[in-house]
Design a protein around this ligand. Structure first.
Ligand SMILES: [Ca+2]
Ligand SMILES: [Ca+2]
Length: 237
């Protein structure tokens, strides 16, 4: 009986049992990538994957091509940003912009937190909250498992050949239970979690050692800072 019902979770404190149809859990379907085995609509746009708790998350980090479309459409229009972003004067990344043709598929970098927030808002999405991002990454230390595996994701400080970005989503083994890619490594990702002028970052980057490439390694940076190995992805709603 229990096997047919799939997972049964005890909700702490309430004494309630919550039944979850395992077939609806991203990452549990045949073949996977978060696609429901019945092939039915998961309610997410094609470039996103569903979260069990509801909502969707971008399958990959935002790349230069997508970000350039935003910059081209918005120009210098900075309206709609939170008050904490009043300091910011441009949508464009602070360096390596515009991107070369060969880097269009690479993650956008040198964006400050306000740029990331504005891009997601422009698409009708939101910069991922810490909870959604971590859910996508899963409950193990790394999105792909409990132990670090060199070369599975883009980033290994011991391997100089990996101290760079690749096109987003080009490491299929670097996947979390949600089906989202590159949560560990590639670029560290801004999340919608700020305290004062410090905002959260998740997943570490290609410049980091294994201990900083986990789903939960804590890190913050100033809201207006930008860096060579820092990008973001969006969530819905
Ligand atoms: Ca900016
Ligand atoms: Ca990443």
């Amino acid at each position: 009986m229990l096997g047919r019902l799939g997972l049964v979770l005890l909700i702490s404190g309430s004494g309630c049992l919550l039944e979850i149809d395992e077939a609806l859990i991203p990452g549990r379907g045949p073949g996977d990538g978060g696609v429901r085995p019945d092939g039915g609509p998961d309610g997410c746009p094609a470039d996103q994957v569903p979260l069990v708790s509801g909502g969707c998350i971008d399958r990959t980090e935002v790349n230069n091509q997508a970000y350039r479309a935003f910059v081209d459409a918005r120009g210098g229009d900075l309206s709609g940003r939170p008050e904490a972003c009043a300091f910011d004067t441009q949508n464009e990344p602070s360096q390596e912009w515009p991107p070369s043709q060969g880097r269009l598929e690479h993650p956008v970098t040198f964006v400050d937190w306000c740029d990331a927030f504005a891009y997601c808002s422009y698409l009708g999405r939101s910069l991922c909250a810490a909870g959604a991002w971590r859910e996508a990454c899963g409950t193990l230390a790394y999105p792909y498992g409990a132990s670090y595996q060199a070369g599975t994701c883009q980033g290994d400080a011991q391997n100089p050949g990996q101290r760079r970005t690749d096109p987003v989503g080009s490491h299929p083994g670097c996947v979390g239970p949600s089906g989202a890619l590159d949560l560990s490594g590639s670029v560290e990702e801004w999340i919608n979690d700020c305290a004062g002028d410090q905002c959260g970052l998740a997943g570490g980057s290609f410049l980091d050692p294994p201990a900083s490439l986990t789903c939960t390694a804590p890190r913050t940076a100033p809201i207006g800072s930008s860096a060579q190995a820092r990008g973001f992805r969006c969530c819905s709603p």
